[in-house]
Ligand binder design. Structure first.
Ligand code: AHM
Ligand code: MG
Length: 337
């Protein structure tokens, strides 16, 4: 009966963090647990704000414009403020890089050892159509004796200690790695808790989907054009079927699908975006870390591993190819020819 079918022993994110700490998982210090608590608060707050915004804009719920006629703040700005305030208040963050802030923020009063890099609302061009967007985050430990500076984050991707994203879709998901696999959570809005729904997620080894903004193909190098033409041809290793195309234009949503279903996601360099479009610190690095930890691969146009790269400034960009190992290998074989 229904009473019996209710799981009464669910694993919330808070419980998951406490238990990993107790069993001595890497990076699972008390400070890290507190920081994750602040992160999940920011994700819940942004999630609520996005869900309410549509009503505020469409039917003018309280707050659409205030007495002095001020415009509603744009969601990107709100998301950024929510994130910055949550990180500052956590007390565990010394350095913060946000896509929305040109300069790095240093919280001098926090006796903290973490640097956080984030894109507070990634994919925001999709917001007004109600398409999934998300928050992407990477975490570093600041350098010993650092008072907080860019050298704390201009580091090789391998030095990241954790990465996660929240996706605000039909439900809100949180995918997290601390370097020992990926665990995924779903927000139960009644409990206000993230519930472990994808324990030790492994991504499929291959799946015939490619995800790229093909409208840019006129700006691509010939070799990249040719590669995607090849994916549209019958594949000898796929019962002679071609790849399917799926592109949402919201990195979190495209990567989330790739983690769950497999396939290949790419944003190559082109003649408009010479270094690619996506940013290393808070887009390419965290997604590469998650994908690798789920058994996939992530490289740049030249086939170099994303996590081996080092940004030369906080908003540095990179080309990226990530996804199932077999599908990324196809690209690697193509450029090796
Ligand atoms: P944003 O950080 O300004 O939202 O831009 C990043 C987004 C990614 O979510 C997505 O993968 C990409 O830009 C889509 O770009 P395009 O519209 O050029 O295909
Ligand atoms: Mg972005």
């Amino acid at each position: 009966d229904s009473a019996e079918s209710i799981n009464t022993d669910i694993i919330t994110l808070s419980r998951f963090i406490l238990e990993s700490q107790r069993y001595g998982a890497k990076n699972a210090t008390g400070e890290f647990s507190l920081l994750l608590n602040s992160l999940q608060f920011a994700f819940k707050f942004i999630s609520q704000t996005i869900r309410r915004a549509e009503l505020v804009n469409l039917i003018g719920l309280a707050g659409a414009s205030n007495a002095t006629g001020d415009q509603q703040k744009k969601l990107d700005v709100l998301g950024d403020e929510i994130f910055i305030n949550a990180m500052r208040a956590s007390g565990n963050v010394k350095v913060l890089v946000s896509e929305e802030q040109e300069e790095l923020l240093v919280f001098r009063n926090n006796p903290a050892t973490y640097a956080v890099c984030c894109d507070p609302i990634d994919g925001s061009s999709n917001l007004d159509a109600g398409v999934s967007v998300g928050t992407i985050v990477s975490l570093f430990k600041i350098l010993p004796d650092s008072q907080g500076s860019t050298s704390d984050v201009l580091r090789c991707g391998r030095e990241m200690v954790a990465a996660c994203y929240a996706m605000y879709g039909a439900s809100t998901h949180l995918m997290l790695t601390t370097g020992s696999g990926v665990n995924g959570f779903t927000l139960d809005t009644n409990l206000g808790e993230f519930i472990l729904t994808y324990p030790e997620l492994r991504m499929p080894l291959e799946h015939p989907i490619y995800s790229v903004n093909e409208g840019n193909s006129v700006y691509w190098e010939n070799s990249i054009q040719q590669f995607f033409e090849e994916l549209k041809a019958p594949q000898p290793d796929l019962q002679n079927k071609p790849y399917s195309s799926r592109y949402i234009g919201s990195m979190v949503a495209d990567v989330h699908r790739t983690l769950l279903y497999g396939g290949l996601f790419a944003y190559p360099c082109d003649r408009k975006n010479r270094d690619g479009k996506l940013r290393l610190l808070y887009e390419a690095f965290p997604m590469a870390f998650l994908v690798e930890q789920a058994g996939g691969k992530a490289v740049n146009d030249r086939g170099e591993r994303i996590l081996d790269l080092t940004p030369d400034h906080i908003h540095a960009k990179s080309s990226i190819w990530l996804g199932s190992s077999h599908d990324v290998d196809k690209y690697l074989k193509h450029i090796a020819q």
